[in-house]
Write a protein that binds this ligand. Sequence first.
Ligand code: UD2
Length: 270
Amino acid sequence: MTVTPWLAPIVWEGTFNQEVIDRIYRNVNLKVGVTVFAVGKYIRFLHGFLETAEKHLLQGYQVHYYIFTDKPSNVPQVELAPGRALTVVQVTKYARWQEISLRRMEIIKHTIQDWLLQEVNFLYCLDVDMLFHHHWGAEVLGSLVAAIHPGYYKVHRSVFPYERRSTSTAYVPIDQGDFYYAGAMFGGYVKNVLRLTEACHAALLTDRLNAIEAAWQEESHLNRYLLHHKPTKVLSPEYLWDDTKQQPPELKVIRFSTVIKNNAKVRENA
Ligand code: UD2
């Protein structure tokens, strides 16, 4: 598929002309923010993330990394290209890995409200246990952007791991849903990312009051939100792959992929 039923493009190799896109965006002085959480043992992934991002992520554009960590002094030194910047923000390390992951919505929301609305035009929120392998450029820019989860792009929606308990605010009925989107990447205009994080944070709080945690924490809430707020651009699994899977023939290129990790070693309380 190269277009969604609501006519948003699905970005694959061969569906865009990089030269044309760069000609449009390079002249408009864009600032793109990238949020990355590296809390607890996940700090070990930050060096590879940043080093490969400097080779492949929005090359030639002004990118500002916002690194959220409980250990600011352990943030590695990585040489940044001209026009690129990095800010470290100290955050609390929660005891459960699920809590660390889902709290990102709340922290990103506050950070946007406090300063990012003034600092960047676009904001992309990415997982840290990932490496860039290939061009991940301005073709990803859009009003509201999500990526199809690499594990679920070929299966029927009835098997998507949406939250299926109707008592959760992340509930998606069995006969609904367009794609299963990955929690490891969402982005778009900073004001749209603010709306998304506000809605997901409010939903997470309601679930907490009702003593329920959605099946895949903030990823479940993201999927519920995107069911009713359709992305204007969808990234194919080229843009978010998983190293535990072999490269299938339909994937001409892998641009950004999770590193294989030992969950028991890096996650809190795993
Ligand atoms: C899936 C999703 C992830 C998130 C999670 C929710 C994909 C490919 N991955 O990944 O986005 O929705 O499920 O449960 O869609 N983190 C820390 N320290 C920790 C734990 C997490 O910094 O101790 C941060 C870090 O940026 C990490 C992210 O949270 O990349 C997600 O955690 P994960 O990678 O362990 O979650 P995972 O791989 O199950």
